[in-house]
Design a binder for this molecule. Structure first.
Ligand SMILES: [Zn+2]
Length: 388
């Protein structure tokens, strides 16, 4: 039976080791893997290094580094854990791995650059633990979400589940535009509000619910109706993704034109009775809303919002799908719904998908656009307004 020292010496004989000076020369070409524990990583690391604690190396490395020819420099604090890690990587088929002898301690002693990673607090680590367990999200993804900004159009049926799930996921800043107050006819589906908030502005009610759910989230409220007058001011606050839960055509066209001109992805959702639709309009990647519907229908042909009606759970399903698309856009993972229109039928419980394409003659995103300024269309819902 070998002692630890003998085993370490044997492993070191089987791997490539490099010194700090050598490692520094490889900072441009190689990927640095830090296999230390969280508390060590928190105190500083080699700039650009990827953190995978030793205990998770084998399970996570193939997700993080699919290319087995990638040049890797593995380090720990003193060069022992990284030696074992380098041996494991070799056994997993990685062909170009070196262990930093002397580890991060020697790197620091040489005065080479270090950076202190921004890290999650212990309570954030607990709150988002189910995200941290998914390699596609992980700590880096969670930090991305915490620094992300999503603008929601409407705090109604679609905005309720979308904003709740985005807030729970830790999207750091959520903007909400809505001019309405909470009405008792909203509560059948708008689950972000409650009976005791009747009569309150929806943006305030939503803000209170979100802040009670997750204190990491900053909520920016806009108690106004989106118009050609305020759209640029609101967008100037800086957003990564727009989630459109608007219940009316004029707002949808405004959001569309603004998103094309400001190069912002829009997660679009709409609902009617038992049917819901979701898609993503991402400028430069597939169509915009006007590619599908160049101009609004004449008011007499548009469905009356008051008569619309909707099964209470339907916005829950569609709004949740919108949150899913928004999270993927923020994280840069998965296949988005850009170019695909998802159709959900709640009565039959079926999902259909229609391929939608960019129209080269689209009046806004086409090759010779004819609409270059915001248009305020007339209000479509002539009767009493019912928000989605
Ligand atoms: Zn278009």
């Amino acid at each position: 039976m070998a002692t630890y020292r003998e085993l370490l010496a044997q492993v070191k004989g089987e791997i490539d080791e490099i010194g700090a000076a050598d490692a520094r020369e490889r900072t441009e070409s190689a990927l640095f893997l830090d296999v230390r524990e969280h508390d060590e990583w928190d105190e500083g690391a080699v700039p650009g290094a990827v953190h995978v604690p030793r205990g998770q190396l084998e399970s996570r490395i193939e997700g993080l580094v699919p290319d087995k020819d990638r040049e890797l420099v593995v380090y720990c604090s003193g060069g022992s854990r990284s030696a074992f890690a380098a041996k494991s990587l070799g056994e997993l088929g990685y062909r170009n791995v070196a262990s930093l002898t002397g580890g991060f301690t020697d790197w620091k002693r040489n005065g080479y650059p270090i950076e202190t990673p921004t890290t999650l607090t212990p309570s954030q680590r607990a709150r988002y633990s189910r995200h941290l367990l998914i390699p596609e999200v992980g700590e880096a993804g969670q930090q991305k979400l915490l620094s992300s900004r999503v603008l929601l159009i409407g705090a109604g049926g679609l905005g309720s589940p979308a904003s709740l799930y985005l807030a729970a996921a830790g999207v750091g800043t959520i903007g909400i535009i809505d001019a309405d107050v909470v009405d008792d006819s909203n509560l059948q589906r708008q689950i972000i509000h409650s009976t005791k908030r009747l009569g309150e502005p929806k943006v305030q009610s939503a803000k209170d619910t979100i802040e009670a759910l997750n204190p990491d989230v900053q909520v920016k409220t806009y108690e106004e109706r989106l118009t050609s007058e305020n759209v640029e001011r609101i967008l100037a606050d800086g957003w990564d993704v727009i989630v459109d839960g608007a219940d009316n055509f004029p707002t949808r066209y405004l959001v569309n034109d603004a998103s094309v001109w400001n190069d912002l992805p829009v997660v679009h959702g709409s609902i009617y009775r038992f049917e819901g639709q979701v898609t993503v309009f991402k400028p430069g990647h597939g169509p915009c809303y006007r590619c599908l519907f160049p101009t609004p229908p004449p008011p007499e042909l548009a469905p009356s919002c008051a008569e619309g009606g909707v099964l209470g759970v339907l916005p829950g399903i569609i709004g949740s799908l919108q949150a899913n698309e928004a999270l993927k856009l923020l994280l840069g993972i998965g296949d988005g719904l850009q170019g695909r229109l998802l159709l959900f039928d709640a009565l039959a419980t079926t999902v259909d998908e229609v391929i939608v394409k960019r129209d080269a003659s689209c009046p806004v995103c086409g090759e010779s656009p004819t609409i270059t300024e915001y248009i305020d269309y007339v209000e479509f819902c002539a009767g009493p307004r019912v928000t989605s």
